[in-house]
Ligand binder design. Structure first.
Ligand SMILES: Cc1ncc(C[n+]2csc(CCOP(=O)(O)OP(=O)(O)O)c2C)c(N)n1
Length: 566
């Protein structure tokens, strides 16, 4: 056996130094140098990243995203040349939007068979190599470049991993020539352990300013849009809210569980009516909190607390911020809590505030309950989406991680499911079709917790379903998939009617782009021996969900195809 110490080893060694746990990949022949290095790693019993082969590139990127959302640690994705990169593009765009760090790589040949000393496979000549693949992903990555030479390969990968973790976090793409990977490589004389990116904190003087406003405020309120992505920030927000009896509403476009839904200061999702009388609004992890953007939600001062306030991946933002606390969200919230503890807080005022908002919380919860009762009391013929959501809330264990890829049902499930701990809710970014991969990546990071993907029938069909189910089987990642099946792309119909309420389509009830005659979603898992059930009757829903959950707990993915009334 020959030991090739080449560019493949350089890449793997860089991944090891970056403490990457997984290489998520969809294969291409440029990766034989890395496969060689991985096999040597295995034969030599060396520690290093595990390799996961995926049958689709979007899936590979989505799994990396899910894993990083749970752990905070960036992973590596290897795809094939320009073609694999195009397939990966959907996931890369989602990762950019979600500010998820990762290193994505693909390669082409540069010599194309013209170097007599290097016998390159002929496929690279004649179309597979397009040149400049980094341009495919230029505006959907944080940074994308070509690796300049075999001599810069190792440090370029290290730098990509380090850069990806810096604010704004995001995917970095490297186009690496096959020839660079086949080239001999000498490990650096002075290699180093690469540290994770440090947390960057707001300056104490800025904290002091905001703490001053907060302590003076009579009616402060928190809008938490992406606060809960970091469990530490979730906890810090609970602590701060508790300390000063500041109520919290999740933002209108929350993609994470931001604050416990059973907390007496919790006011619901997008409960913006309360903002009208607020004299201070703490916008925590704001991305697109107000809609329409130009409408200011109240007269109170707005303080935006975030690490990355102005998101370069968005074409437009209007935060209406009067003040910024910039830096790690958890650290900012902890510093505010510390300042509040150090100051003399008017206990009476805080007590009164707590009573007022606890009453508002109770009213809100009673309203939710009434909505659920109504949804369940229907005519008994069809399952109301809220009846499904209510049943999920009853049956699923408290530590369930929900991954949401529904559309018209999304706001209802955010409002009604119990999210009492951090990392219990994730909603993906970007286009449809990424939910299963994200859920699998989350499961890979949290094997001990139940993971449930909630997805519309339309959204489900954009996913690489077979490939994802294959990954679930191959890598032992059982998840529950609940298809919210209304036999429609309902959002398309609603959007059409919104713009043409009395148009031809609505008058004739002829909505193009809306009808969806999908397959038996519950049967798709049968190829892998997975459980599936089609649920039509409301009376059978609970038992079906319990059975499906039992199957998941026994190690099998389960698909519940629930036919809904709307
Ligand atoms: C990749 C991609 N293609 C198309 C769309 C446009 N789109 C947004 S919502 C939607 C309908 C989704 O249908 P479904 O998941 O069944 O949810 P429903 O609208 O019925 O609630 C479509 C097609 C998209 N967001 N992403």
């Amino acid at each position: 056996m020959k030991n090739y110490v080449d560019g493949g080893e350089a890449i793997l060694e860089a991944f090891r130094k970056l403490k990457i746990d997984y290489i998520l990949s969809s294969p291409g022949s440029e990766w034989s140098p890395v496969w060689e290095a991985l096999v040597r790693q295995k034969l030599g019993n060396r520690n290093g990243p595990a390799y996961i082969d995926c049958w689709h590139e979007t899936l590979a990127v989505n799994m990396a995203t899910g894993y990083t959302l749970m752990t905070g640690r960036p992973q590596a994705v290897l795809v094939h040349a320009g073609v694999g990169l195009l397939q990966a593009g959907m996931g890369i765009h989602g990762a950019l939007q979600a500010e998820v760090p990762m290193v994505v790589m693909s390669g082409e040949s540069h010599t194309l068979g013209e170097n007599p000393e290097l016998d390159i496979e002929p496929q690279w000549y004649g179309g597979l190599s397009v040149g400049g693949t980094e341009r495919f992903v230029d505006n959907i990555t944080k940074w994308s470049r070509q690796v300049t030479s075999p001599h810069t390969l190792y440090e370029t990968v290290i730098r990509a991993g380090e850069m990806a973790q810096r604010t704004p976090m995001g995917p970095i793409y490297l186009n690496v020539a096959l020839e660079h990977m086949l080239h001999d490589w000498s490990p650096p004389a002075n290699d180093r352990d690469v540290p994770f990116a440090p947390r960057v904190q707001a300056h104490p003087s800025e904290v002091e300013k905001v703490a001053g406003l907060l302590l003076k405020a009579k009616n402060p309120i928190v809008v938490a849009e992406h606060a809960g992505r970091d469990p530490a920030a979730f906890q810090a927000l609970v602590e701060l809210a508790d300390l000063l009896a500041v109520p919290v509403t999740w933002g209108r476009a929350a993609n994470y569980a931001n604050f416990p839904t059973d907390h007496p200061l919790y006011l619901g999702v997008a409960s913006y009516d309360h903002l009208k009388d607020a004299d201070l609004i703490l916008l925590v992890g704001g991305r697109a909190p107000w809609y329409p953007p130009h409408v200011r939600p109240g007269r109170g001062k707005i303080v935006a607390i975030n690490d990355n306030q102005f998101k370069g991946h968005m074409i437009y933002q209007n935060l209406h911020a009067d003040l910024y606390l910039e830096g790690d969200i958890a650290a900012s919230l902890q510093a505010l809590a510390q300042a509040a503890r150090a100051a003399k807080v008017a206990a009476d005022a805080v007590k009164k505030r707590r009573e007022k908002w606890t009453a508002a919380h109770d009213t809100f919860v009673a309203g939710l309950k009434a909505e659920k009762v109504k949804a369940r009391s229907g005519n008994g013929k069809a399952i109301d989406p809220l009846a499904l959501i209510a049943t999920l809330g009853e049956v699923m264990p408290a530590d369930t991680i929900y991954v949401d890829e529904t559309i018209t049902h999304g706001q209802t499930l955010r409002q009604h499911l119990p999210f009492t701990a951090p990392q219990t809710f994730f909603r993906g970014f970007g286009g449809l079709g990424q939910g299963i991969g994200t859920a699998l990546g989350i499961k890979l990071a949290a094997r001990e917790r139940p993971v449930a993907l909630l997805v519309g029938d339309g959204g489900f069909l954009y996913n690489p379903v077979i490939q994802a189910l294959g990954a679930s089987k191959q890598h032992g990642l059982p998840i529950l998939i609940v298809v919210f099946n209304n036999r429609k792309y309902l959002a398309m119909e609603k959007g059409h009617i919104h713009h043409y309420p009395d148009g031809a389509a609505e008058s004739a009830r002829m909505h193009l782009g809306s009808r969806l005659d999908g397959p038996d979603y519950d049967a798709l898992g049968s190829h892998f021996g997975f459980h599936g059930e089609r649920v039509v009757e409301p009376g059978k829903l609970k038992a079906a969900l319990q059975t499906a959950m039992q199957k998941v707990q026994d190690g099998s993915t389960a698909i519940l195809n629930v036919l809904l009334s709307r």
